[in-house]
Design a protein. Structure first.
Length: 374
């Protein structure tokens, strides 16, 4: 895989970003197919996690520390919105993704994922709520992963709407419970598919199985923090963290087993084999990384600004502070470019203006905007 990789950056650009640009400042980055202007739109966010575009240049952003804010067109931040439920902020858990209802213009509803506390620990939950001024109201929990478990790791949490209005929710194996990814009686290591009221989707494969949770869509996952619908096939593409090596890109298909922890291209932290790399009945990744890039956030680029990037898959890297651009031919990755940003990238979004927006996973996190320089 690494033979495809091209790492491009200038030392001046890397220094500027890694030491922290101020809002409204910009730098130039030369990449393989575009010269890019990188601008800081907003800053002062504590480990931002998810981003949604509201229109008129306004955005909604989550902070893992348990806050949700508006980002105004000028980059200024609102006070935290009131009305959020109790959230356990610990380790990788907290307030996670946010997504608008497909009919948001009519109903002002949003959905967000978070680490929900319980008597035996916590788990990823998803709530539906109404956005009103500086508050959210009518909060209803539509999904709560089972079982609750005392762990600070592997919550998944990405949210994607299917074309029919169903909601895909990605989940992690919770670290110490990785064998659960191969069972059907827990949500650990699964993708689930539900309606907007939380009912299992009619498309789910296990509706008639007494030994399986009826909202499960696919299984054998480790920790999915990137998901997006393919612009042509409309299938759900995901990426997930491997252990030490073995980060993967997959197409999450119903009733398919993605192998964790039976198969992986990674190894135990500090060394040591985990299972095999291939096994009958388990899916091979479309693409994988060794060493790990720690992927988070993902989008297919369909805009007009970066014409040479159309239909490319863009993935954020936490470990290396990069935007990874993947060229595709059908379901194959044909080329990979790594564009150095210099900060941990938590989320990647295409804006209504065709620009690329990145969230940086820092205590003083930023929203970055990428546009081509013509």
């Amino acid at each position: 895989m690494n033979k495809l990789t091209k790492m491009l950056c200038s030392s001046a650009a890397l220094l500027a970003v890694s030491t922290g640009l101020c809002a409204q400042q910009s730098i130039e980055i030369k990449s393989e197919k575009a010269t890019i202007q990188l601008q800081v739109v907003s800053e002062g966010l504590e480990h931002p996690w998810g981003l949604a575009f509201l229109g008129d240049g306004k955005m909604l952003v989550t902070e893992r520390a348990g806050r949700m804010r508006y980002v105004n067109a000028d980059g200024s931040l609102s006070e935290p919105l009131s009305g959020l439920p109790d959230i356990t902020v610990a380790g990788q858990g907290g307030l996670l993704d946010v997504i608008l209802h497909p009919q948001f213009a009519k109903n002002n509803q949003i959905f967000f994922s978070y680490n929900e506390p319980g008597e035996t620990g916590s788990s990823t939950a998803v709530a539906r709520a109404t956005l009103t001024d500086n508050a959210i109201s009518d909060v209803q929990v539509i999904f709560s992963a089972q079982p609750k478990f005392a762990s600070r790791h592997h919550f998944g949490g990405r949210l994607v709407f299917a074309d029919n209005g169903d909601l895909f929710i990605t989940l992690g194996d919770r670290g110490q419970r990785r064998d659960d990814a191969q069972t059907f009686d827990t949500h650990h290591g699964k993708v689930v598919r539900v309606t907007t009221d939380g009912s299992p989707s009619a498309a789910n494969p296990y509706l008639q199985r007494a030994d399986a949770l009826s909202d499960v869509w696919s299984y054998g996952h480790r920790n999915i923090q990137g998901a997006a619908l393919h612009p042509q096939t409309r299938q759900l593409w995901t990426h997930e963290h491997g252990p030490q090596g073995g980060d993967e890109i997959n197409i999450a298909r119903a009733d398919h087993n993605y192998g964790w922890p039976e198969i992986t291209y990674g190894e135990e932290y500090g060394g040591g084999k985990i299972g095999k790399t291939k096994q009958d009945g388990m899916e091979q990744p479309l693409h994988y990384w060794v060493p790990s890039i720690a992927p988070s956030g993902m989008t297919f680029y369909t805009g007009e600004l970066f014409k040479a990037w159309q239909q490319n898959l863009l993935v954020g890297s936490l470990k290396f502070g990069q935007l990874v651009r993947l060229e595709l031919s059908g379901e194959k990755v044909t080329d990979e470019e790594r564009i150095m940003i210099g900060q941990r990238i938590r989320d990647v979004r295409q804006g209504p203006d065709g620009a690329i927006y990145l969230l940086t996973d820092q205590k003083n996190g930023q929203i970055l905007r990428l546009t081509p320089i013509k």
